[in-house]
Write a protein that binds this ligand. Structure first.
Ligand code: ADP
Length: 271
């Protein structure tokens, strides 16, 4: 029995065997970490019995950048050109929880309104419980807004391999101008920019005609807090992923100019 278990273990450790048995899942799940190895094997045996993955390669992508730096805009463009990607934005998930008045939303609202990061204990389980099943099903994922702290990055690394990180480096002055320009329809979460995507009637939602408001955390003093939180907690992630050889930085002030470069890099890496 022990001998048989040992053989199976060795077989699974052999990368060729992994490739043959289940290339999709092994690409996304950590290849080296002892802590998750057993769980990985369990999953890989169980996925053999599940439905086949839907496309050739499973990828796990992150998008990093200062608050208001265009992560949402670049992500949307990526989804058009790389439709195999599933998008998960922690900001959107948290705002939906706030709108729906869930326990998580009630707790998160306080921090979000102040422009502070939601505590790691609230966000880590939320993201991992949603993202890892998708990866295990063989889906490719674009995670926007997570991780934002080294603790979050380490928790993520225990569960999945990050394949690619798009890091947006946008000047702070551009961000401050952009955020002042951003107005939302609170009930739906629809976002307008008076410069780039103005509503048909200034101050009112195109679909419902209801009033647009500024996000509480888009008010100038909160924007300063968010940028400070970025510098302190999130900026170190640039080195974290750079050291792992998966990060590329894109600089500029306009998403339309930055995006083609992002797209070219992704094409080299994804296709
Ligand atoms: P932005 O990137 O412009 O700050 P987001 O929509 O990504 O906007 O996030 C809005 C807010 O949600 C953040 O200011 C923070 O309070 C909270 N948030 C989102 N993601 C995280 C995260 N990974 N960790 C902690 N807080 C988060």
């Amino acid at each position: 029995m022990f001998f048989l278990a040992f053989k199976v273990h060795k077989l699974a450790e052999n990368s060729f065997a992994r490739f043959v048995v289940n290339p999709m899942m092994m690409y996304c799940l950590p290849r080296t970490r002892m802590a998750v190895r057993n769980a990985t094997y369990r999953t890989y045996f169980s996925t053999l019995q599940q439905s086949a993955p839907q496309h050739d390669e499973c990828r796990f992508l992150l998008i990093l950048g200062k608050p208001g730096g265009g992560k949402g805009t670049i992500s949307k463009k990526m989804l058009v050109d790389f439709p195999q990607l599933h998008h998960m934005s922690t900001g959107d998930i948290l705002r939906a929880n706030v709108r729906n008045g869930t326990a998580l939303g009630r707790e998160a609202k306080f921090y979000m309104d102040e422009g502070k990061l939601v505590p790691d204990r609230l966000i880590i389980d939320l993201v991992l419980s949603d993202s890892t099943p998708m990866l295990k099903e063989g889906k490719s994922l674009l995670l926007d807004g997570f991780p934002r702290t080294i603790t979050q990055a380490m928790a993520l690394e225990k569960e999945v391999n990050v394949d690619l990180v798009v890091n947006l480096d946008i000047p702070t002055e551009t961000i401050v101008e952009r955020i002042a320009d951003r107005w939302i329809h609170p009930a739906s979460g629809r976002v307008y920019s008076y410069s780039y995507r103005p509503p048909k009637v200034k101050g009112f939602d195109d679909i419902t005609g209801e009033k647009l408001v500024q996000r509480e955390d888009d008010k100038p003093e909160k924007v300063r807090t968010r940028l400070a939180a970025y510098d302190e907690a999130t900026a170190p992630l640039v080195n974290f992923y750079d050291e792992r050889g998966v990060l590329e930085t894109f600089q500029g002030t306009k998403s339309d100019v930055i995006y083609p470069e992002v797209k070219n890099w992704l094409k080299l890496k994804i296709l």
